[in-house]
Structure formats: structure tokens, C-alpha cells
Write a protein that binds this ligand. Structure first.
Ligand code: FES
Length: 149
């Protein structure tokens, strides 16, 4: 058994997180909490021609939350909004060669916050229907109350 339970990629993104910060006047903003530990994740996006042109995050969370957020920003930047909504919690974890299972609830915050920021943008643009989202679904994404957290 390896002593270090974190992959090298997790350690890299934890120690050198990409796209940390705040975007003033973002086009979309997502804030999700982790009910297990009470930590928070915030994601800010800029959108042009339906592409995510800039993305920043800040978190009051642990190393796994930082690493997965950093990875999600790398996956999301330059992609279009449809693709951004398709980035899953599992995909982010796979890209990092997997955080330890006990920390999965921390890594879920990153994809959830990205989705919340994109849907916030779609709500402001009145474009939910175009993306196949009902107002109820959008509300759940922007204010997730996931009992499995
Ligand atoms: Fe809170 Fe990981 S312990 S986000």
C-alpha cells in the first residue's frame, strides 16, 4: 500500500492550483456548500459566444476541494456551455487519477459549482429552455440540496 493516498496530479493541483481568484462582474456565478463539513466553493465565469472564456474559483475547503476545482477550471476553460454542463464529478476525479474515496464528497463540489455558474448565466440570459432545463431543474443546480453529500 502506498503511503501517500493522493495521486501526483492531486498533489500538483493542490500545491499549484490554477485559476484561483475572483472575477469582478462575472457573467455566471455559482456557490455550493458541502453539508458534510460546511465548506464552500465559489466559481466565476465569463462567457463569450457561448464559450467559457475565463473562469476563477475560490474555496473555503480542503486540499481535495482545491485540487478538483483547479482541475475543473482547466477542463472548462475554452469549452462551450453544453460541454461545460456535461463535465461530471466522476470525470474530474478521473482526470486527477482519483482522490481517495473518503474525500469524494469534497471533490464533488467543483463540478457542482461549475454547473451552478453556467446555469446562473443561462437564467440571467433567459435561455434555460434552449438547454433543455426546466426552472425547477435549474433551481436544484444553482441551490443543490443533495442528501447524499
Ligand atoms: Fe470540506 Fe473537503 S473537508 S471540502
Amino acid at each position: 500500500m502506498k503511503y501517500n493516498i493522493y495521486s501526483e496530479k492531486v498533489m500538483d493541483h493542490f500545491q499549484n492550483p490554477r485559476n484561483v481568484g475572483v472575477i469582478e462582474d462575472p457573467d455566471g456565478f455559482g456557490r455550493v456548500g458541502n453539508p458534510v463539513c460546511g465548506d464552500l466553493m465559489e466559481m466565476f465565469i465569463k462567457v463569450e459566444d457561448d464559450k467559457i472564456t475565463d473562469i476563477k474559483f475560490r474555496t473555503f475547503g480542503c486540499g481535495s476541494a482545491i485540487a478538483t476545482s483547479s482541475m475543473v477550471t482547466e477542463l472548462a476553460i475554452g469549452t462551450d456551455l453544453h460541454r461545460g454542463l456535461e463535465i461530471t464529478r466522476g470525470e474530474v476525479a478521473n482526470e486527477l487519477d482519483g482522490p481517495p474515496p473518503i474525500k469524494m464528497h469534497c471533490s464533488n463540489l467543483a463540478a457542482d459549482a461549475l454547473h451552478a455558474a453556467i446555469v446562473d448565466y443561462l437564467i440571467k440570459q433567459d435561455r434555460l429552455e434552449e438547454f433543455g432545463l426546466s426552472p425547477e431543474e435549474a433551481k436544484k443546480i444553482v441551490h443543490p440540496e443533495d442528501p447524499e453529500h
